[in-house]
Write a protein that binds this ligand. Structure first.
Ligand SMILES: Cc1cc2nc3c(=O)[nH]c(=O)nc-3n(C[C@H](O)[C@H](O)[C@H](O)COP(=O)(O)O)c2cc1C
Ligand code: SF4
Ligand code: SF4
Ligand code: FES
Length: 595
């Protein structure tokens, strides 16, 4: 029994910020101080405030340390673990404040979260099944197998109101029921862990922090549906998630929680792990199934749906990582407490990855129906550097941009759709006043243009055409009639394309026209980019009144375009300026002007 647990995050973000070196240093220092019988170092999954990583949480007190470096460790161990004096300088300071918040649960980022899918994040070692079991893991599977019929399990999931978290929001219990009733044997279950949205890491974090929650959900689903084989399809770029999932499968097998005759009930269930084929469209369910079958990962026409004819032509139930991770909790709690959370049509919680121009970038799980304002300002800590909020893009690359006037929108499937966006899998990119919305539309169209599998001409040609027009607008060649044409073309691509990629690809363009038409018009009529982003439409200059001649911009400029004497106002040679913005970043006197 240890007096203290030092829970260090060893998920991808924190590892890339040096958490493994911090862990090594911690172990060495604890040994050096002779504390190895009292303090245990536990590698965990992400706590969620990834922007502040590497993160260390000290239990049982719940003290939260952030932005740790291995050089901090000797002092931290001596002060906190040896002398019992928590180290203030390594704690979390809210932006602009001088007093730290020592305890994790007092930090606004964590306070309003409600953890279901992420229930074990940061509190267990994801590579030890015993720790999952100690937190009630596999109890739901035992309950389902030993005291519920498959139909009762399906009924419970239906009553909970759980909808698929992978994007489309299809009711999970209904999908299971349709799959159970579908003709054909054997049946399969699949976990979709392809997560191709740029910047999204919800599913990766769930697997890295708590892989057994997914396996347990899948085993329950397999029992309900009548499947005895499952696949986890993991995005190729997620090696750590893949490794943790593999370990989890091996351990569950050793414990008899996967394999034959689970809990002596005669129920058999095996899980195989499959590496993704590396394209965004692989996450589309029919494409994913083709990929497992060894075919080119291209979407096909539906119907038949996978529940009718999926893997190897057999009924297949495919759910997202987060959907599966919710299942054990619903079975343990019963449907009611889950269905009491959220809105009329969207129950439970949702995991979002908060990214972009936001102070507390990271992973959050909140009840459905929370307002965007609360997400961005209370949990997310607002916009950095006192800048103004401009828009938030929800739903991944084919989501829409929602403006400031809709900040009080409750986040659920229907409300987001009404606003011209989608829930998607939970990506949320916050943009500040310095973001050009036409440039944003161009960015997502560029991504989707590269990822369209090219089968449908509407998607292949339509996205390219929209991209060309939007590019023209950002480069000063836009015409006023382009706006109407983009709207018409966007509607056609939406209606005619075969899979969700094409069907949603117009959202970034349509939503930015809907809410930021003035910005399109400024680019087209005045050849001006109000946010100062579109290079062809802007010009950098230096205000001689404000310039102190400190030469910081001169050093920053990669093309030696800034000239002038020291301590005299500088000027920019427009022929040499490549509009990289380095001078703007470097100047502390706000002397660089972008027009
Ligand atoms: C282009 C495209 C990419 C998709 N990528 C994913 C993905 O990475 N993960 C995911 O769970 N669903 C993804 N989906 C949705 C899946 O097709 C499917 O609806 C989902 O896996 C079903 O699980 P759910 O009911 O639990 O949401 C994608 C859909 C499209 C059209
Ligand atoms: S909509 Fe696009 S990505 Fe989807 S099948 Fe058609 S061409 Fe491929
Ligand atoms: S960094 Fe700003 S103040 Fe300094 S020389 Fe450049 S423009 Fe002038
Ligand atoms: S990866 Fe460590 S807190 Fe997110």
């Amino acid at each position: 029994m240890y007096r203290t647990n030092a829970m260090i995050c060893t998920c991808t973000n924190c590892i890339s910020n040096g958490s493994l070196q911090v862990k090594e240093a911690l172990e060495a220092e604890i040994l050096k101080q002779g504390l190895q019988e009292e303090v245990q170092v536990v590698p965990t999954g992400a706590s969620g405030l990834c922007v502040r990583g590497p993160i260390l949480m000290v239990q049982p007190e719940g003290i939260f340390y952030q932005l740790l470096k291995k050089e901090d460790v000797a002092y931290l161990v001596k002060e906190h673990f040896l002398k019992g004096r928590p180290v203030k300088s390594l704690m979390y300071y809210p932006p602009g404040e001088e007093t730290p918040i020592p305890k994790m649960m007092d930090i606004p980022f964590f306070k309003d979260q409600r953890l279901i899918a992420l229930r074990n994040r940061g509190v267990i070692d994801p590579e030890k099944i015993e720790e999952y079991i100690a937190r009630g893991g596999y109890m739901a599977l035992s309950k389902a197998l030993t005291s519920m019929t498959p139909e009762e399990v399906i009924q419970e999931i239906k009553a909970s109101g759980l909808r698929g978290r992978g994007g489309a929001g299809f009711p999970t219990g209904l999908k299971w029921e349709l799959c159970r009733k579908a003709e054909g044997e054997p049946k399969y279950v699949i976990c979709n862990a392809d997560e191709g949205d740029p910047g999204a890491f919800m599913d990766r974090s769930i697997i890295e922090a708590d892989p057994h929650s997914i396996l347990e959900g899948m085993a329950i689903g397999a029992y309900a549906i009548g499947a005895c084989e499952g696949y986890v399809y993991v995005r190729i770029e997620y090696p750590l998630a893949m490794e943790r999932m593999k370990k989890a499968v091996e351990q569950a097998k050793e414990y008899g929680l996967l394999g034959s005759d689970i809990f002596g009930t005669g129920f058999n269930f095996e899980v195989k792990i499959f590496r993704g084929a590396g394209a965004f469209v692989c996450g589309e369910e029919t494409s994913l199934i083709a990929s497992i079958e060894g075919k080119a990962p291209e979407p096909r026409m539906k119907p038949p749906y996978p529940i009718q004819s999926g893997l190897w032509g057999k009924p297949t139930n495919i759910n997202n990582v987060e959907t599966w991770a919710n299942i054990p909790v619903i079975i343990n709690w019963g449907a009611k407490p889950f269905s009491q959370m959220g809105t009329e049509t969207s129950k439970g919680t949702k995991v979002f990855s908060l990214a972009g121009k936001i102070n507390n970038a990271g992973l959050v799980e909140v009840p459905m129906g929370i307002t965007l304002r609360k997400m961005i300002y209370e949990i997310g800590g607002g916009i950095p550097n006192g800048k103004r909020f401009k828009a938030v893009q929800t739903g991944g690359p084919s989501g829409g941009c929602i403006p400031e006037s809709l900040l009080d929108l409750p986040v659920d499937y229907e409300e987001l759709a009404k606003a011209g966006s989608i829930m998607g899998s939970g990506g949320m990119i916050v943009m500040d006043e310095n973001t050009c919305m036409i440039d944003v539309a161009k960015y997502f169209l560029t991504f989707l243009d590269g990822e369209s599998c090219g089968r449908c001409s509407s998607c292949r040609e339509g996205i390219s055409a929209m991209l060309e027009i939007v590019t023209n607008i950002t480069e000063g060649r836009g015409r006023e009639e382009d706006i109407d044409f983009l709207q018409e073309l966007g509607a056609v691509v939406k209606d005619v394309s075969l899979c969700g990629l094409g069907q949603t690809a117009s959202n970034p363009v349509l939503s930015t026209i809907r809410y930021f038409r003035d910005e399109y018009l400024a680019h087209i009529r005045e050849k001006r980019c109000p946010a100062g982003v579109c290079k062809e439409l802007i010009r950098y200059s230096i205000d001689p009144e404000r310039c102190s001649g400190c030469l910081a911009c001169v050093k920053a400029c990669p093309t030696e375009a800034i000239v002038g004497e020291k301590e005299e106002p500088q000027s920019i040679n427009q022929d040499k300026c490549i509009k990289c913005g380095a001078c703007l970043e470097a100047c502390k006197f706000e002397a660089v002007i972008v027009k």
